[in-house]
Write a protein that binds this ligand. Structure first.
Ligand code: UDP
Length: 487
């Protein structure tokens, strides 16, 4: 522990599950290393969600509800994340999050009054740039936290801040912040960005929030200094404020391995988890392909068919987390017509693979020694989880900054090969088979990717690689030097 319990840090994640979880992980780490009081503020339903995920843990994080009424903003009642919102309502929702400004300020004032001094800092989401002003008014400073990696965050920020970033006649373009060799392609752009021209409401929201965030005192990035050393250098040059790499914020179960040999992860609750592990135990080391598109994304019906055909033809053992394809109710039942005729029965008879409906125990699968590759949408958590276990990746980016993550995995880290991008493309069985063979190959490119992934895995698992301590020390020093307001 580093210091007096009297210090208090208040955190505010963007209203989305993908942001709440890394914020909670960061909060726990700060609390455990410093002994400070750490509060996470959010809207009532999101606080409930955080409460349920911390219920059986030793987490000492304080959770505070900020009032938020979505219907006041013309949104459906109880809208506190983007799930179930159509594309044109999402931006209304993002705009509505700015109404948290007053309640967040009141919370800071309240804490200051009770403790006799303002919080040491507030740590807020990069999409809550308005918090810079709030923190200043409350006598403290804002630290902006990006839940993504350095490369993906830099690409995302630079794209928004440099609109229009490309000539409409050309699909390829260079991006400020990146060296010329990093050519970007229009198919790598997030769907909001493809529609943006700099004057629409999307552009206005993101440009405003991101550029205000860059007025923060410091920035925290959910990455590892060694693993993304190059991208961190580019990011630091671009944002011009100090950047601390405090990640990757992975569960201890993935980090506590002293070598690259993967072990059986033990029994876990839930039938499907046990079934997966039992089945994995029967496979040869490094032979299984794990397939998942994260917690939100799903592919098109025709892509699903192509993927199924390619998997079967490759004869590679696999675990596939299947979801209803685009256009179908994600919470509805699974229909066999989404797969080739007799597919499920054949796969079961040959024991080639497991089809897991909706949700799989990803951490257990990735850390199992039989798992040899991961076909992934390249969400940042999935990427870091996979690399932490030395598992190379087949990229199929869908949304958010996944296209840039995938680009980095292929071009910079050389641990991945891309199958396709997004949901509009046609995916042929033979392409799937080819890419699987390439990654699983024990020689050539497959072997190279595997070796690179193993090296990165070691760096991620190396103890004490995060700079969280340095970040806190710098804050404390600043407080002591009385250069922080009101200290
Ligand atoms: N996850 C899981 N089982 C699944 C799908 C996802 O456990 O079937 C977990 C995965 O381990 C990761 C998170 O959900 O921690 C997904 O985060 P990521 O950043 O990869 O993608 P997102 O869901 O935000 O698109």
């Amino acid at each position: 522990k580093m210091g007096c319990d009297a210090e208090h840090i208040v955190m505010l994640p963007m209203l989305a599950h993908g942001h709440l979880i890394p914020f909670l992980a960061l909060a726990n780490q700060i609390q455990q290393t410093t002994g400070f009081t750490v509060t996470i503020a959010n809207t009532p339903l999101n606080v409930n969600y955080l409460r349920s995920t911390t219920a059986n843990s030793e987490s000492k994080i304080r959770l505070v509800e900020l009032p938020f009424c979505s219907s006041d903003h013309g949104l459906p009642p109880n809208t506190e994340n983007t799930e179930n919102l159509s594309l044109d309502r999402i931006i209304d929702f993002f705009d509505a999050t700015k109404s948290l400004k007053a309640p967040f300020y009141n919370l800071l004032v309240d804490i200051t009054r009770k403790q006799g001094k303002p919080p040491l800092c507030v740590i807020t989401d990069i999409f809550c740039g308005w918090a810079v002003d709030v923190a200043r008014s409350a006598g403290t400073v804002n630290v902006t936290f990006t839940t993504g990696g350095a490369y993906g965050t830099l690409a995302y920020m630079s794209l928004w801040l440099n609109l229009p970033h490309r000539n409409p006649d050309c699909d390829e373009f260079n991006l400020p912040g990146f060296p010329d060799r990093c050519r970007f392609h229009v198919t790598q752009l997030h769907r909001f960005l493809r529609l943006a021209d700099g004057t629409d409401s999307w552009s206005r929201f993101f440009q405003e929030q991101i550029s205000e965030s860059l007025q923060s005192y410091e920035m925290l990035c959910n990455t590892d200094e060694q693993v993304e050393s190059q991208a961190l250098e580019w990011l630091r040059k671009f944002v011009k404020i100090p950047v601390w790499s405090v990640g990757p914020l992975l569960p201890p179960s993935l980090l506590n391995k002293s070598n690259t040999s993967k072990q059986h992860s033990g029994k876990v609750p839930g039938l499907s988890a046990e079934k997966c592990l039992e089945w994995l135990d029967l496979q040869e080391p490094d032979t299984v392909l794990y397939i998942s598109f994260g917690s939100q994304n799903t592919i098109s019906a025709s892509q699903m068919m192509g993927l199924a055909v390619g998997l079967e033809e490759s004869k590679t053992p696999f675990i596939w987390v299947t979801r209803p394809p685009i256009g179908f109710d994600l919470k509805g039942g699974f229909r066999s017509e989404w797969l080739p005729e007799g597919y499920e029965e054949r796969i079961a008879t040959t024991e080639q693979g497991l089809l897991v409906k909706n949700w799989a125990p990803q951490l257990h699968i990735l850390s199992h020694q039989s798992t040899g590759a991961f076909l992934s949408h390249c969400g940042w958590n999935s990427v870091m989880e996979s690399l932490s276990q030395g598992v190379p990746i087949i990229g199929w980016p869908m949304a958010a900054e996944q296209g840039y993550n995938s680009k980095m995995l292929v071009e910079e880290m050389r641990v991945a090969v891309e199958l396709t991008r997004g949901v509009q493309t046609s995916v042929e069985g033979k392409d799937v088979k080819k890419v699987i063979e390439l990654v699983m190959d024990k020689r050539g490119k497959g072997r190279e990717m595997k070796e690179n992934a193993a090296k990165i895995g070691q760096q991620i698992r190396a103890p004490g690689s995060g700079s969280l301590n340095d970040f806190v020390t710098s804050l404390m020093n600043t407080r002591q030097q009385q250069s922080l307001p009101n200290s």
